[in-house]
Design a protein around this ligand. Structure first.
Ligand code: CAA
Length: 265
């Protein structure tokens, strides 16, 4: 089969699709275990930004395949990079753009989530992991260290002791350990990891969009604020929701014992 005759999906390293209110991004760089090349990262960001702007999309789902979510940044691309190239490349900006996505993002992770792959999963708001998922920050083994948030997000998620072990020795966590240490939200059988993650994404998409967005922001900000400041911040977000039609609709629907019809207004 030549490149021209291959199905389109085989040629696309990042495949997007929409399922109801969920915008799906699937990493499809099979032979390189979904290594996050500059091109792949750019496509992920572009897809996220399209979903961010589309009012019909209320939650984003990112996934890989059973063998790998992503095995990290593309080492072959990085091998000969200089400090100046690294500092002036747009790669880190792409990570910042993912952080600024306001809609909830669910990661459906199976197999390797290593280095940048683990960091990408941690950028998401919820991780649904298959029993075969493996999380690690093995950069120290190739002469570097995590560079896309690994030392910061991992430490906030699992605490200093486990983060130091992972970052300094390259130790990987299996799915059960990742759950026990608070890195993932759910662990489910391999056969159903994608469906369970999609179900979670649909559950989020069925909520009032502004409420989901503000709730995401509140939890995310908890990690970098004092309790005092965080509580004040949360209160302002909470008050703000009383300016939405969806708050009136949600509470009226509860009183009238019917399903709410949210409009994102
Ligand atoms: N970059 C580029 N290619 C990669 C890759 C990566 N991160 N990870 C795997 N691949 C490629 C391999 O080179 C191989 O390709 P070829 O067949 O062309 O040689 C293919 O994927 C399959 O990999 P393996 O043959 O190694 O498969 P395995 O099952 O024996 O091992 C693995 C799997 C343990 C994940 C191993 O591939 C591995 O250790 N990968 C690197 C993991 C890593 O170090 N990640 C961190 C990268 S740096 C980073 O992410 C920096 C940051 O913070 C942003």
């Amino acid at each position: 089969m030549t490149a021209q005759t291959q199905p389109r999906e085989l040629l696309e390293e990042v495949v997007t699709s929409v399922d109801g209110g969920v915008g799906i991004v699937r990493l499809n760089r099979l032979k390189a275990l979904n290594a996050l090349s500059y091109g792949v990262m750019q496509k992920i960001v572009e897809a996220f930004e399209v979903y961010e702007r589309d009012p019909s999309i209320r939650c984003i789902l990112i996934t890989g395949n059973e063998r790998a979510f992503a095995a990290g940044a593309d080492i072959k691309e990085l091998e000969n990079a200089t400090v100046v190239e690294m500092a002036s490349s747009l790669q880190m900006e792409r990570w910042d753009r993912i952080r600024r996505i306001s809609k909830p993002i669910v990661a459906a992770v199976s197999g390797f989530a290593l280095g940048g792959g683990c960091e990408l999963a941690m950028c998401c708001d919820m991780i649904v992991a298959s029993e075969t998922a493996v999380f690690g920050q093995p950069e120290v083994e190739i002469g570097v260290m995590p560079g896309a948030g690994g030392t910061q997000r991992l430490t906030r998620a699992v605490g200093k002791a486990v983060a130091m072990d992972m970052v300094l020795t390259g130790r990987r966590l299996d799915a059960k350990e990742a759950l026990a240490h608070g890195l993932v939200s759910r662990v489910v059988p391999l056969e159903s990891f994608y469906d369970e993650a999609l179900k979670a994404a649909h559950a989020i998409a069925s909520k009032a969009p502004m409420a989901a967005r503000m709730a995401k922001e509140g939890v995310a900000r908890a990690l970098d604020m004092s309790l005092e400041a965080g509580l004040a911040y949360e209160r302002r977000l909470f008050y703000l929701l009383f300016g939405t039609e969806d708050q009136k609709e949600g509470m009226a629907a509860f009183r009238e014992k019917r399903a709410p019809q949210y409009k994102g207004k």
